[in-house]
Design a protein around this ligand. Sequence first.
Ligand SMILES: NC(=O)c1ccc[n+]([C@@H]2O[C@H](COP(=O)([O-])OP(=O)(O)OC[C@H]3O[C@@H](n4cnc5c(N)ncnc54)[C@H](OP(=O)(O)O)[C@@H]3O)[C@@H](O)[C@H]2O)c1
Length: 316
Amino acid sequence: MKKKSFIFLAGHKGLVGSSILNLLKGKGYKNIITVDKKKLNLRDYKKVKKFFKKKKIEYLIMAAARAGGIIANSTYQKDFFLENVEIQNSLLQLALDKKVKRTIYLGTSCIYPKFAKNPISESSLLSGELEKTNQCYAIAKISGIKLSEALFHDYKMDIICLMPTNVYGDNDKFDKINGHVIPAMISKFIEAKKKSQKSIKLLGTGKPIREFIHSKDLAEAIFTCLNVSRKNIKKIFKKKLPIINVGTGDNVKIKDLAVMISKFSNYKGKIKFDKKSPDGTYKKNLNSKIIKKLGWKKRINLKNGLKEVVLNQFSK
Ligand SMILES: NC(=O)c1ccc[n+]([C@@H]2O[C@H](COP(=O)([O-])OP(=O)(O)OC[C@H]3O[C@@H](n4cnc5c(N)ncnc54)[C@H](OP(=O)(O)O)[C@@H]3O)[C@@H](O)[C@H]2O)c1
């Protein structure tokens, strides 16, 4: 990818998209194309088609999606399904028509079966039952992988599917109900401190184990994949669609994550768990050998990254 390449970054305002935007700008990329959701709803195929007609697009990064935490995922299954399928269908079909040089499709670790063997490797896809609380999101994302596979095999489209683990960072949705686990917890701690609450109630048993990646590290992984040579990809994947996990090995029990956030928040009250609420999959930790082989490595460890995010939120 050249500094003058035309890169359409879909979803540039989101947690992941904004990190990629900062990274590309910082590296001196001059032709990054972005568009606000208000101006272009990516679910609207006809409008997206017009947009693709008008613009020069050589690379496509698909960071636009409906994403959220366990409550949002289980409450709005229909929306998670339709929005993701429609966005990815529009973008993938048009990337094919436009003969985009490389497309980066963003999936998620939620696509893997609930009882997949940890660390979860890419080959676990569709090898078992999915977690119920986010099955519509997972199936929508899997359908995007399967469409990518068809485009890759039948039309020789250059496409790389990345499956990141749980992402956190500054530009997250700090919503105590619909947010992902880290921003939802931080929002609860901020509220508890403001209201001088003696205790705080968090979702689930606190026992599940999750792996986290800072959005800046994920942006680096996406950048690695935009630039890796086709020859290198072929060497690893032979004739298969490249599906690549992106995880850090920073695994932590939800209970311990809560303790870390309470320390960084300087919250002295009690942490309680609402054991009646869902836990989701017990353990999700990715095998990330391939992305490391391609030269990517994490730079931000969870403790430092989380501390910075918590302090930044408290200072707002
Ligand atoms: N966050 C995680 O933990 C995580 C983990 C694994 C994989 N991923 C994947 O990474 C990708 C990015 O996730 P994220 O966390 O950055 O999500 P996010 O913060 O919710 O950002 C999503 C972006 O997509 C845009 N968008 C949503 N629907 C749109 C539509 N119909 N038309 C145009 N734009 C639309 C949003 O615009 P508005 O801001 O205007 O709504 C926002 O800019 C997703 O594919 C997600 O599945 C995320």
